[in-house]
Design a protein around this ligand. Sequence first.
Ligand code: GUN
Ligand code: FE
Length: 424
Amino acid sequence: MNNFVIRGDICYSTDKATINTIENGYAVCENGISKGVFENLPIEYSDYELFDYSDKLVLPAMSDLHTHAPQFAFSGLNMDAELIEWLSSSAFLEEAKYSDLGYAQKAYSIFADVLKNSVTTRACIFATLHKDATKVLMEQLENTGLCTFVGKVNMDRNSPDNLCEESSDKSVEDTVLWINETKDKFENTKPILTPRFIPSCTGELMKNLSEIQKEYNLPVQSHLSENKDEIKWVQELCPDSKNYGDAYDSFGLFGTDAKTVMAHCVYSSDDEVELMKQNGVFVAHCPASNINLSSGIAPVRRYLDNDLKIGLGTDVAGGHSVSLFRAIADTVQVSKLYYRLVDENAKPVTFNEAFYLATIGGGEFFGKVGSFEKDYEFDAVVIDDSVLPHPQALGVHERLQRAVYLNADFKGITAKFVKGKKVI
Ligand code: GUN
Ligand code: FE
């Protein structure tokens, strides 16, 4: 039995607008599941092991809905291009290196270590088209104790010769081999179907991937409406589609059969948003990437008002940081620019709303994840915010805001639990 109690200053969202904070509270875990948060420890839990994190912040599961493991190696570099040029001049050059398993071992072990020591407990991760290197990544992630979905990327057109699958058949063959080798191999690391985006996948490949999705009942991740030139290109490639999302939908890869997450959605039209809502497609909002690649500002207020499923993504290395704390602050900041420069009816996203997106919003992709309320899977991140000294005593909510905005995660992660297992 894996039963324990965490004592500390506990913060979690109860709805989009509200963060509940309990100073010197108790979060109880029974067999990996939360029994709730208490001001005083109920007698029935008094013999559970106690982790005493008094004076530290205790946060729930934080989910990164979109990132690229192989791109971590060039994060912070080559930030002066827009998407299509950046793919050719940076991303594809780096990803081609993962045909070398020695390189993959080395690079992925650095990524896995950095992710383990971040606030992230759950993540949706792109690998590359190389099935063996993708297995290496999955092994390394399994060793971290984090819970992740990992995708071998599919791409069989409009890509450089050294990073393009030779045919749709070869892409399918490798994908099926990779799924069969990994789907039951790991406890916490699972395959997710990953067509890179419409421009890099032929119609034949997309149809085949939809068949594979149904046969293996896999979730799906991809990119959607990130950049204006990209959207124009998709319209040329799929002239019959009503919008970019409809192009995925026409291949059966837009949420009707599978849990699906689409990164960006910066320029989604009203009918695309309607389709996402109908089909339960998750949005991965990636503000840092949208700034770095000059993509634009996603209308998060509109998605919140429409009750779309939405969480945050770091999109390394379009985004330069693996930190979800940074993504929370970026979400608030870009929403203010959107409000001031684009639409004064779109109220800025509040800190509490952005925190909700990083926890419950994204957590929903992984199940009942992202809160300490009863019956949620028990993840916890313990932050020592005394690394950010302050001349006065602050309330827990103020300390949480400082910890996020001032990146206490860079120095102050004391402990981390995933599904009730201590990983740091
Ligand atoms: N669209 C297709 N591939 C990519 C990628 O690697 N990063 C981003 N940000 N967008 C993409
Ligand atoms: Fe991406």
